[in-house]
Design a protein around this ligand. Structure first.
Ligand SMILES: *Cc1c(COP(=O)(O)O)cnc(C)c1O
Length: 237
């Protein structure tokens, strides 16, 4: 039996411990409960344990959960899956954050489709930090140019960078996270319009401690909170 309340408390303890062993331990640190593949009752248990930020990868699955949980108005919904053009409107209308923007076309559509009645949509640029051919994300050398375009879009609020590093980082798991922090710092220091980039979305169940030590501000944890995923989706989302 998966005990979500115990798991959530355990992950919070890991975060607190890593925060105190890292340099600037007073920074904002958000636990994003990645609830893809989990039934809505599991999200309610996590909410009752303290979770307020939920991450979803698959639009249809996410929309039905958002609809079912409208009685919990302080939930913040984060889209963390791949984005096809035909999904941008529903994402712009229903989410507070998008972590997986990796091209200007998608950013422009989200900007155009964000309702005026809502605050600007928080976005992170997904960076393909290990340059894996099969993986989504802007190439590290193209991130600056993309950031300078996205920050101009008035209905988006560019918050920072996100990555999913390679699984086995031969001997140095900290390297991709450190590269992300240096990239974020360089963007902030080189361009006044990027001075407000405050977010590094990095670290998952297996490596959240390493990511926090390198400056993560949002860690995205699925399995270690909810256990194995139970709803199956088409892998393309
Ligand atoms: C599924 C997923 C996670 C959570 O992964 P776990 O290994 O279950 O913690 C985090 N980030 C993204 C982008 C994901 O798709």
């Amino acid at each position: 039996m998966v005990n979500i309340a115990d798991n959530y408390a355990q992950v919070m303890r890991r975060i607190t411990l890593s925060r105190h062993s890292s340099k600037n331990f007073d920074r904002q640190l958000t636990l994003l409960a990645v609830s893809k593949g989990q039934p809505v009752q599991a999200l309610r248990v996590a909410y009752d344990s303290g979770a307020r930020h939920f991450g979803e990868n698959y639009l249809q699955e996410a929309l039905s959960k958002i609809e079912s949980l409208t009685d919990l108005p302080d939930i913040r919904w984060h889209f963390v899956g791949p984005i096809q053009s035909n999904k941008t409107r529903a994402i712009a209308e229903n989410f507070h954050w998008v972590h997986t923007v990796d091209r200007l076309k998608i950013a422009s559509r989200l900007n155009d489709q964000r309702p005026d009645t809502l605050p600007p949509l928080n976005v992170c640029l997904q960076v393909n930090i290990d340059k894996e051919p099969q993986k989504a994300g802007v190439a590290p050398e193209d991130a600056e140019e993309l950031a300078l375009e996205v920050v101009k879009l008035p209905r988006l609020k560019l918050r920072g960078l996100m990555c999913i590093p390679r699984n086995n980082t031969d001997g140095n798991p900290a390297a991709p996270f450190r590269a992300m922090r240096l990239m974020r710092d360089q963007l902030r220091d080189s361009h006044s319009q990027l001075a407000l980039l405050d977010t590094l979305s990095m670290g998952m169940s297996a490596d959240l401690e390493v990511a926090i030590a390198e400056g993560a501000t949002i860690v995205r944890v699925g399995t270690d909170i909810f256990g194995p995923r139970v709803i199956t989706n088409p892998s393309s989302g």
